[in-house]
Design a protein around this ligand. Structure first.
Ligand code: 5GP
Ligand code: ZN
Length: 108
């Protein structure tokens, strides 16, 4: 399997998994750029947001709702956090499997 995130979904590559359900997997970024840096990843392979259409609206909603729920679970809801989705090389995307970065935990 050529896609690294598909391998993590399939459990053929290890990751520090924090949450999993039928649609999503959430694991720690291997190169964290914040005290809390995790990736919310749909299990189905979609390369980028450019491949998304109206049939994916429930999935996109679930990505955001899960981020909100995990923020509350981790005590970050009131402190605040940042959600980032890079799209394409020009947007800084390196892994061509759609994902949402969750960054937070700074002391400020
Ligand atoms: P992008 O730049 O594509 O939006 O972000 C990809 C992210 O995936 C990067 O922050 C990078 O550190 C992370 N990453 C790349 N390979 C792996 C891996 O094998 N395991 C984990 N846990 N994260 C990875
Ligand atoms: Zn993939």
């Amino acid at each position: 399997m050529s896609c690294v995130f598909c391998r993590i979904v399939a459990k053929s590559q290890p990751a520090d998994i924090l949450h999993e359900d039928d649609d999503l997997i959430v694991f720690k970024d291997i190169n964290p750029r914040a005290p809390v840096h995790v990736l919310l990843v749909p299990k189905a392979h979609l390369a980028t947001l450019n491949e998304v259409d109206a049939s994916h609206l429930p999935l996109l909603g679930k990505l955001l709702l899960t981020a909100k729920q995990l923020a509350a679970q981790w005590g970050l809801a009131d402190k605040g956090y940042r959600l980032v989705m890079n799209v394409g090389r020009g947007g800084g995307q390196v892994i061509d499997h759609l994902h949402l970065h969750f960054l937070g935990g700074w002391q400020r």
